[in-house]
Structure formats: C-alpha cells, structure tokens
Design a binder for this molecule. Structure first.
Ligand SMILES: [Zn+2]
Length: 440
C-alpha cells in the first residue's frame, strides 16, 4: 500500500496541526497589546466566566493593600468583574441583581500560590482551589504536563506556568529541565517558552552567572519575571544579574558562609547534585547572622533596591521539634530566623506552598506555609497582603487579581471567621469564587 500523502492533502493537514499546537499556543500565556505584554494564565480560555449581576451583602471585606477590614460592605460583581465595593445600603443596586446575604462572613481576595509543583499529584490544583487558592504558578514543569488536569473538567485555579526550568548539564531534574549550553541558547529558550505561554522563567541552580544574566536580560526585554532557585551561586551576584525573584530560603546560604567554605560546597554540588540535600542543613545549622550582619544587610538592601521578591517555601524544609536530628532541626530554625530578618527589613515576601510538605495533610501545604511565615513574626495583615497583592505583583498580574477593587476579576474567598484574629481562621473557607463563578 502506498502511504505517501498527496501534497494537496498534506498542506491543509499541516496547517491545522501547526494551528492546534503552535499558533494558538503562542497566544495563551501572553497577550500582546501594542508594545505591552500582558501576563495571562494558560487556561484562561477554558475558565467559566461569571455572567450577569451578583451582589454579596453584609460582609466584612479585607482591603489587603491597607490591611483594613471594611465592616458591613457589599461587593457588586458584574460579568465576572468587581463592579464596586461600598458600605451596605449606600448605593442602589439595579433590580436585576441577584443578592447573596453574606452576613457574618469575611471576604479576602483569592489566595495565590507562587510555588506549586504538579508532579504526579492528580487533582491537587482543584483541591487547592476549594481551599481558596484561585491562582498558582508552577516554576518548572512542561506546560503540557497540565494537559490531564485541564481535561478533567473540574474548575482549576488560574494556571501561570513557566515551562521547564533552565539548567546546565547534568541537571538535577532531567524531566523538568531545559539544558542550556551558551548565551544565545539561553535567550532562544526564553523566547521559545514565552512564545508557548510561559508567564515567567525559572532559572535552576547549575546555571552559570553569565547564562543567568543572559536569561534574565531576555526576560526583561519581553516583560516577564525571572526567578531563581540557587545552591552554588552567590545570591547577590544573581540579583545583580537581573532576576526578579529568589525561590527558597536555602538560596541565600552560599552568600552567608566564608568564601573558602562556599567554594568547597560549590565544588561538591557541581560534582554531585545529591550533595545539596543534607549539605544545606549542615550549612544552615552553622550560620550566625550576627557575625554576617553586613552581608545580610547588603542582601536585603539589594533586594529592596532592585525590587526582588523572596519566596521562602519554609514548609518544604520544615523539621519538627520532635526530630532527634539536631543538625536538621537547627538548620531549619536558622531558615525561620533568616525569613524573620527579611520581613523585619521590609523585603517583599511571597507565599509558595511547594504542593506537598512533611508537616501538613495532603492539600494543606499552603496553609502550613502561612502558619510558618506568621510564626516568623509576620502580622496577619502583612501575611494576607503577601499571599494576595504581593503574589499578584510577583506574577505581574496585579492589574487583574490580588485585591478586591473595582475592575478586578472576582476571585474571592468567604471565610466564617476573622482572618486578622488567627492564622487558622484562613482555613475556615465557606465559599470560593473564581472569575465570578462559585466553585462547587
Ligand atoms: Zn520547587
């Protein structure tokens, strides 16, 4: 049988295939408006959008930007967007508005998780949504890895994806890495990823400083954030290279030890990726921030000057008090201490769950991360601001999400108790709204 396909059939088929996998893909994550690039979730087109008018009355609304709780307010939502927020009865609603009495409830903007990994955790994004997380960023997975979740038909949070992280040979996670060999390849891969819907770029720890600089520079040109997980680079050099975020508290370790210790550690990890796992607790257990006062100050000053975000992901490193491993226990305490110092100095902290962590039940990693950040001394108003408005700014999506203000998407969480009174109250989720649609 002759399997050759005639050219007249082949051309339209190829055009359809390239439209399905290329053409439409290029517009999913990033929508260009003139010269301005808008950062969008990859699943925007699949998300149900609220229709008509709805008002939630008699609720206490948290203005996350000021930290003020606005008592007995009404939130009016029209076609999935917040139309207005006003004290009960001070504005007349049209007769066609569906009214939901929210008496006794507290409303915060949808929570955002800026460090989520899908791995093989089927259904986890939907579970997170039910717990109030209306947007997430996965820093380091193929965009296609979310295909199954997107096809399941359940409502999903807004998915801000980065594609595989950029790394050098031999990568620690080959399945989720793009290996970079030179500067031009770094720039090319950034452009490819952004073209395919990535709304940020994740830089992984084997990348050399020169390549980090090239990738971060290309991101800057395109107007997308670049964020780094470090093990063997000095965070100060990486910040000066132009990244907009630092993932994991452990990324700061190398800058806080002596230059010779740093070089020994660097060589160990360069030779064997596994060396970082226990090595980082050993390193952190020996840190003295008093001794390193000037370095700590230099790091935080630099972060504030360059407006670099810090996502500690404490929960994934947590070592419980009952642990008999003193080195790990002390190492984790130092990570908490360092995060507390960053908060005290006014560094922009963000909240990332890492999906699944040792000291939280399945689906509650984000809540555990908030508890730990609160235990670092963050006030609840600052913590919720970081989890919503701060995270939206880190994503570059603050025009659309992250606060309850007219014109924003109606991503809301209704709580049964005051979130400014106790961190656990953030778990008392009664209802979640995404894009103006109630989550079932
Ligand atoms: Zn991660």
């Amino acid at each position: 049988m002759d399997l050759r396909i005639p050219l007249l059939v082949k051309i339209p088929v190829l055009l359809i295939i390239s439209w399905l996998f290329g053409g439409c893909g290029t517009k999913v994550g990033l929508v260009e408006e003139g010269n301005k690039v808008l950062i969008k979730p990859v699943n925007l087109a699949e998300m149900p959008m609220g229709e008509g008018s709805l008002a939630i009355t008699h609720v206490h609304v948290l203005d996350v930007r000021t930290g003020n709780l606005l008592p007995l307010h009404t939130i009016w939502i029209r076609d999935g967007l917040i139309e207005s927020v006003f004290p009960d009865g001070t504005e007349v609603l049209p007769g066609s508005v569906e009214v939901v009495d929210g008496a006794g409830r507290y409303v915060i903007p949808g929570l955002i998780d800026v460090h989520f990994h899908l791995d093989q955790l089927r259904g986890l994004p939907h579970l997170f949504l039910k717990k109030g997380i209306t947007a997430l960023r996965d820093p380091g997975a193929w965009i296609e890895a979310y295909g199954n979740e997107r096809r399941r038909g359940e409502q999903l949070p807004r998915l801000y994806l980065t594609g595989p992280h950029l790394d050098m040979f031999p990568p620690a996670h080959p399945k989720d890495a793009l290996i970079i060999r030179d500067e031009e390849e770094a720039r090319q891969q950034v452009r490819n990823l952004v073209g395919r819907g990535a709304s940020a770029i994740k830089i992984y720890y084997r990348m050399s400083l020169g390549l980090i600089q090239a990738a971060a520079d290309e991101c800057k040109k395109l107007g997308v954030p670049s964020t780094a997980h470090l093990e063997i680079s000095d965070v100060r050099e990486v910040i000066r290279a132009g990244v907009t975020g630092i993932e994991h508290v452990t990324s700061f370790g190398l800058a806080l030890i002596s230059p010779i210790e740093a070089e020994v550690y660097r060589q160990k990890v360069l030779a064997d990726n596994h060396a970082r796992r226990e090595g980082r607790y050993e390193m952190w257990s020996g840190l003295d921030f008093g001794d390193k006062r000037n370095t700590v100050k230099e790091i935080f000053d630099l972060m504030k000057e360059k407006e670099v975000f810090f996502c500690p992901t404490l929960a994934v490193f947590e070592v419980g008090e009952e642990s008999e491993d003193e080195v790990r226990g002390l190492g984790f305490q130092k990570m908490m201490e360092f995060t507390a110092l960053a908060y005290g100095k006014g560094v922009d902290l963000t909240v990332g769950s890492h999906s699944y962590v040792p000291y939280a039940s399945y689906g509650s990693a984000y809540q555990r991360e908030m508890e730990l950040m609160h235990a670092c001394g963050m006030s609840l108003a600052d913590l919720i601001r970081a989890a919503t408005w701060g995270n939206a700014r880190f994503l570059g999506a603050q025009e659309e999400i992250g606060s309850i203000e007219p014109g924003k998407k109606a991503d809301l969480v209704l709580l049964s108790s005051n979130p400014l009174e106790h961190v656990k109250n953030l778990e008392n989720v009664e209802k979640v709204m995404l894009n103006g649609v109630w989550v079932d």
